[in-house]
Every structure is written in C-alpha cells, then in structure tokens.
Design a protein around this ligand. Sequence first.
Ligand code: ATP
Ligand code: MG
Length: 420
Amino acid sequence: MLTTRPRGTNDFLPQETEKWQLIEKILREICEEFDYHEIRIPIFEHTELFQRGVGETTDIVEKEMYTFMDRGKRSITLRPEGTASTARAYLEHKMSALPQPVKLYYMGPMFRYERPQAGRYRQFHQFGVEVFGSSDPGVDAEVIALAMAFYQRLGLTGLEVRLNSVGCPKCRPAHRQALQQFLKQDLEQLCPDCQGRYDRNPLRILDCKNPQCQKITAGAPTILHSLCPECVDHFAAVKEYLGMAGIQYQVDERLVRGLDYYTKTAFEVVVQEIGAQSAICGGGRYDGLMESLGGPPTPGVGFALGMERIFPTLATQGIELNPEKMLDVYLVAMEEEGQKKAFQLLMDLRKMGIKAEKDYMNRSMKAQMKAANRFQVKYVLIIGADELAKGTVMIRNMETSEQKEMMVADTLNFIEKAVK
Ligand code: ATP
Ligand code: MG
C-alpha cells in the first residue's frame, strides 16, 4: 500500500512536469499582457467559506468536499475551487480601496471527492481569473478572450465557446416559477438528485447529465426569455464585445453553472474530441458572491480552467509541447583525478549560469559519451588520460563533431561565449 498513491491523485514525473511548467509560463505571459496579477490563496479554508461562497445546493458542497476537523476542532475544507477564497481575500484585504477593477489570477491544486476517471481527479489543477469591482460587459468579454488567447497560443483549434445569461435576482424568480410549473407533471420521472433540486435549485435540473432528465427538460422554458431589461442589455453588449474580440460563440440557452452565485453571463469552453469530460473551462459573472460572504455588493466575473484536461486535448490534436532542452554541456572524464577536474569545471560552469552535468556513476568513457548524447547537449568537455597529462580539456561540438583542445581557463571562456 505504501507504494500506491491515493485514488484520484497523480504524480507528475519530471518529463511531464516540464510540460506543465511550459503551460504555466504561457498562462503567466498572457496574464501579463492582459494586466492580471497573481494571488496565492490557502490550500484550505474554513468550511463555511465554501458553504456560503459556492452554495449549499451545489454538487461541490453537497458531496465533493474534503472536510475535516483540525486539532483545534475547527471545520476545515481543502479548497474545491478558487473563486470563494479569492473573493474572501478581496474583502479581507480591503481591495475595494484599490483602483477598480481588481484583476487577479491563480493556479494550483483543487480537491473534490469525485469518481475518478479520465479527465476527472480528486486532486486536480485549475488556472482561474477573477475581476472584481466592474459590471462592464467588456470585462466579461475580456476574460473569455483571455481563456481563448491561451488555448490559441497552445495551438488548439475547434474549441467552442458556449454562452448564456442566467439573469439576476430580479428576473430569476419568474423563470424559476415557470420552470417548476413545466417540470411539475414529470417530477416523479426525474432522477433522485433532480427531485431534490426541484425545490432548492430547479435551474440546475437543466444541467443534469441523466438522459431521462435531459429528455424531460428538452422543451423547458429557458431563462433567456425571462431576462429583465438590464440583463438583456448586458447580454447584448457582451456579445457585441466578443464580436469585436474576434471570438465566435454559440448561445446555449440551457447552459447553467453549477454554482449559486452566478448572475448574467455564464460560459463554457468545450472541445468535442476528448469525450465525456468535454468542458475545459467554465466561468461567468457572479455579482451576488461578495454579499453572500457578508461583504458589500461588488460585481465580479471570472473563470476556471482545468489544467489536466489540456493534455488529452493537445494529444488528440497532435500537438506536442516541446519544453526547452535542459542542458548545455556534459562533462566526460576518466579516473578519479579526471572526475575531480570535471567536478571543478562543472561548478565553475554553473556559476556562469551554464546548464551542465557530469557522470556520478563511474561509467566507462563510452557510456559517458552515450549519456551526453541522451542529454542532447551541444558541447561535451572531455578529460581523458591525454588531457589529464597535459592539463587540457577536449571540447567536442556534438552538432559538427569538431574537436578543439584548450587549457581549462580558455575552455570556460569559450563555452560562455558559445552558449550565451
Ligand atoms: P464538470 O461538469 O466537468 O464536473 P464543473 O462544472 O464541476 O465541471 P468547474 O467547477 O466549473 O467544473 O471547474 C472548471 C473546470 O475545472 C472544468 O471545466 C474542468 O475543466 C475542471 N475540472 C472540474 N472538476 C475537475 C476534476 N475533478 N478533475 C479535473 N478537472 C476538473
Ligand atoms: Mg463537477
């Protein structure tokens, strides 16, 4: 058992981690271009934050949280998502005093007790952005543009933006009533989850993946037809701005987000090829969130994208991420004395900022050359018996197979110029 990781978790071995780092680098670059700034929030929070900030009637709070009592008898939960914490931090640090809007991003592990399957894990990673303090529809379009800029930079194509408006507390009650009215006669045919949702959160029945529920809700009244004038205008403006950003979208009247605090814009980015777990990004506006945490009314909009789901998407589209090769120089040396000289050179090279490695396994010359090949370095520095006797180093350019013999001090100069 001590050689098996917990279900739903992953180890990312170095080769894979390098790809993650590349993705993270691209995300950071795009955030810089869009003027978003990183916030680092705790991995665990008071359970109540998620109960209130995510919503009691959501799958997350109802059945997916990792909740435990700590030694001080406080109820603690491993964060299942990043929005509630980010909003809490906005309030706690009085960010409303900063120039608005405040544009934040985060990335890191999230925890949900789900049935693990391809693209669905118990510890997974999200990148997310949150913009607080502005209800400008341009911001809704901007966050969608940011997500799409990222996927585009990875080279992904064929992604679909699904867009909807879920209204606001002014227009939702009428729709809720119409929906309940519509579902009433089929209530018994709905899945047990949806029967529970009928009173507490009927909108979410539209989101159910059960085929029977989907059939029943096929002709259900959608919120788009009950939007108040303010929500209608806002939705129209979001669409106009998306057009200006060159982003194609599909209005999906049935799109609702699983979380209670969403208002107006709701969106998802989906990719068909990766099968059932096709949502790679989800977000929207949540003007009601700050108040549900006890703060003053503060508009907000953002999204979270699943980092694990990027990889199968890249794979099905035949896109290879090629992180930079790691090493510049490999040192090959014989005998203890040669190895010591190589060690000295290795340390000197690294001080100069050159990425270098040597053998630590007492391998044969031939095996060391093979290792150098495996690292795909441009230069190999060889200290064999001859070089040892003369106090020199043989520099081999692995691309041209040219060799040059130099004194140690000259070798460092040569490599510094050649590599940098
Ligand atoms: P789903 O319908 O797939 O459960 P969700 O609505 O629960 O998604 P969000 O809470 O909006 O998802 O999270 C945003 C993104 O995070 C999702 O679009 C998905 O890419 C990713 N994600 C969510 N849950 C998981 C998970 N358990 N494992 C891996 N990625 C996940
Ligand atoms: Mg989910």
